[in-house]
Design a protein around this ligand. Sequence first.
Ligand code: PNS
Length: 166
Amino acid sequence: MTVAIYPGSFDPPTNGHLDIIGRAGCIFSKVIVAVLENRRKTPLFTVDERVMMLKRITAPYQNVEIDSFRGLLVDYARMKNAAVLIKGLRSTGDFEYELQMALVNRKLAPQVETLFMITNNDYSYLSSSIVKEIAAYGGDISAMVPMEIRDLVLQRIRANGEKQQF
Ligand code: PNS
């Protein structure tokens, strides 16, 4: 049984994230979607809210689990007996950044493999930051986030008003 971890901020989860989760679920026996508890960023949603949203949108997937973690990703991967870290790639910009992280993670834990999955063309323009910015200016995000969480995102953006950071 090969366990894979798909880590990220997921603030909020997008259709691009969900596409990667679905495709990873077809390859691995179990996929753990792991929300990073990142103290440096000012998130739109709490970690618990992001976990709840991910649980809601992945409910149809039997082999997908949602969790959160703090600290080093490789330590979390070891704790979960995961052999693979999944990262989504949209662009060469993503690659530059992810390559460095993959090399650092390999140095720290050579037994954990990083696997890059190329984005679906339909979502290559998408990111959580873009979703927040479009929603803040009243744009339509219905093609960008799963419909189960669209209203939550819009409500939170409206409630935050001027305070919102992208
Ligand atoms: O969705 P994001 O914010 O691009 O995800 C980044 C994430 C969570 C994958 C990355 O920040 C991470 O792995 N953080 C955990 C801390 C860690 O292990 N750092 C060392 C790797 S360089």
